[in-house]
Ligand binder design. Sequence first.
Ligand SMILES: *Cc1c(COP(=O)(O)O)cnc(C)c1O
Length: 354
Amino acid sequence: MVYEGLLDRYGALLNLPAHTGQVSLLEGNTPLIPLPRLAQELGGGFELYVKFEGLNPTGSFKDRGMTAAISEAAGRGVETVICASTGNTAASAAAYAARAGLRAVVLIPEGKVAAGKLAGAVAYGAQVIQVQGSFDDALALVIEISNRTPIALVNSLNPYRLEGQKTAAFEICDTLQAAPDWLCLPVGNAGNITAYWMGFRQYDALKQTGLPKVLGVQAEGAAPLVLGRPVEKPETVATAIRIGRPARGEQALQAAEESGGRIIAVSDSAILSMQRRLAAEGVWVEPASATGLAGLAAEIQRKRLYGRDQRVVAICTGHGLKDPDIISQTMRAPLRVHASLAALEEVLGSITNT
Ligand SMILES: *Cc1c(COP(=O)(O)O)cnc(C)c1O
């Protein structure tokens, strides 16, 4: 069977209006990569997989929701779409709008967007507007604009985004033939955790695939759902989850509670160290994407979660290429040698002897 994207594969299970078109870049269908070495290091005795969402067309899971939101908007005759974004939504909206022949306007918080994301939005031809404020300020503005004009909002407040994002839960169940025991993922604006929970519940009702416990993980400097109040000036290296007022915060808390899981926070250093650990196994993700696994490691260490005899799936939401600076900032300069065999042999000797 030829793969034609998520709406083609799972459209019958998504609650989308009849006028919805089919705007696809063949998103989804991302791999579930087993990480037995990391599982062993975390105590062993359980199966660990990462769903590498960085392998979507624009490098993040946002493409799952965007194929649905842009397909709906295009089918309704919308000409311009708008979103606020910490970066990945902007790149995704820009790409799918380009695919559909629509105009995209993206608002980003000033100075806090990773280089690969901004470049993506520009490359796909979006009009990029920097707001002198936070993501939360930018979101409030685009909500207001979409209420006053025919411009369509494609943030995850748009219900079709969540319909598309549910498909990641379907894929996990299809691959494992059941839901995992635990699902770990980063939480920013909280659309994704909400969509996963919707998806797992729907599949369970349909196919008795069971339900996972959900561990949502925020960064300590941007943890409104752990603190129980908004954070005015969220701060974290994980820019994709640098959000102080999650639009779907209530639903995220409900998903965690209903599932028997919870929402916790981890430090930036734990996030960066898990990013390195994943890369050491060949999976390079952006910092936010290592947050779910950093939370898993912390919970196992505190003995608040026993991996034993369980299957754990961690969602790696975006690709490492999105945020090259995080790596190059702390990188040692490459070794330099004369273009001679003797010089190379000398350097190689010092490397292989250590
Ligand atoms: C958007 C995003 C998140 C957070 O998802 P929410 O739905 O806002 O909770 C996490 N990681 C990456 C890479 C993202 O792009």
